[in-house]
Design a protein around this ligand. Sequence first.
Ligand code: SF4
Length: 520
Amino acid sequence: MNQPAAAQEELVGLEAGSSTAEKPAPVATPARPRVKPVDRSQLTWQMLDVERLIEPDHPARAIWALVGRVKLEGFYAPIEAVEGTAGRTPWDPRLLVSLWVYAYSRGISSAREIARRCTYEPAFQWLCGLGEINHHTLSDFRVDHDASLRELFVQVLGVLSSEGWVSLERVMHDGTKIKACAGSDSFRREERLKQHLAVARQQVEAMGDPRQEEAAGKRAARQRALRERQQRLEQALAELEKVRQAKPADKEQARASQSDPQARIMKQSDGGYAPSYNVQLSTEASHRILVGTEVSQCGSDYGQLIGAVAQVEENLGRKPAQVVVDGGFTSRENILAMAEQGVDFIGSLPAANPSSANQQRRRGVSEKFYLDKFSYDAQQDTYRCPAGESLRHNGREFCPGVTLHQYRAKPEVCAVCEFRSQCCPGNQHHGRSVIRAEYAPVVRQFAEKMETEPAKAIYRQRGAVAEFPNAWIKDKLGLRQFRLRGLVKVRLEVLWAALTYNIQQWIRLSWRPGLVEANN
Ligand code: SF4
């Protein structure tokens, strides 16, 4: 300790008893702050109340309670272990369902991630009672129970319906593209697919017969991966044939993905293109509950509506009274089909007439020679062009909901007409033609209804309702890209997401902590 020299002299004198001078006050040494030490070398036991791991109103409790209310026989049926016998005891399907639903609700779709969280995250720990679940168990469970999962979806709909949250007065149907688990660069033409398949077959052959040689660890995994690659390439060649049949004009350019052969290149909402599936969602309008889901390989929505209405009926035992869709679903076929089924149909019908203004603009026809500038004589069944020439009936085409009548001017008349370049540019050999569309009464009534203000008002609600579950599934559940491959598994992924969405709506609308789980 350093002290001033004078003070030290005085202290020395005092110790020697040589002086009676006053004792100086001792200099105070500042005390060190006292804090709790951290001891990481200890081993300790802690009491843990599993029930208190999560708060009383935690959504994991709600999911557990609701899954406990429905019948899970389909999930239990394959379990061979029975009470009173030896052997490994499998995990309870009620727990596995609850884990997957809770995981999806948190935007988690990976079995490994769920298994990891079961070791430290309170809600997962509470659900599985501190047990540790292998990710293979979770992964297999997600895809092994197709029929039972559909039944569970319907049962949850039943619960929502019995509590008054499902009205089928108005159903909004829409489609959304979700990216497949495949890159755009995984698409190959036939020749390249065959090359890759030949290599894959050689590799599988070279590794020998897996039944004769028991492989383990990494080697077994490699064998499995090689066999799966061979299967995917074989499937890609089969899918290539389907793509060709769907687009015969594009036969030579047809390609299939070697990562997910059943994925198709589809246009996205941002205008780009990506390997995707077309996910169809039917939403009842009163409480925005999903009443049907489907997945299609076709990028167009036209053909999806009839199946969607049938599925709603299958799920809930009755048809929707009214279905609202956008222009992507509003075809004359769908107008006729909905009328036949007694479903009030609200949509946006694009013009059917090939002589419509848009079509003529695309062909370079001057506005002065659009169809509305030609006058129709119903008695003679002829048109008269702006130059005063007559166009006679030249044939008809019967399409669903509409008959298209064609009228044509004489080629020799148009050939010398001064307006030819404005009236029928590009038409070098035939006279100008126009089409008159004769709609079926049902289609006419639909078009008249869609001109009324009440129908327009209903149509305006479509976006907010139909796109709500789309946005929820993509943003909250994180399903912007599938984790699984192939149509069957992708359908299951959508079903898990839809089930989770509906259970979340039930929690929002119905669940009160303590009321339901008291019985579970
Ligand atoms: S091109 Fe033919 S149809 Fe067109 S204005 Fe001339 S005569 Fe009439």
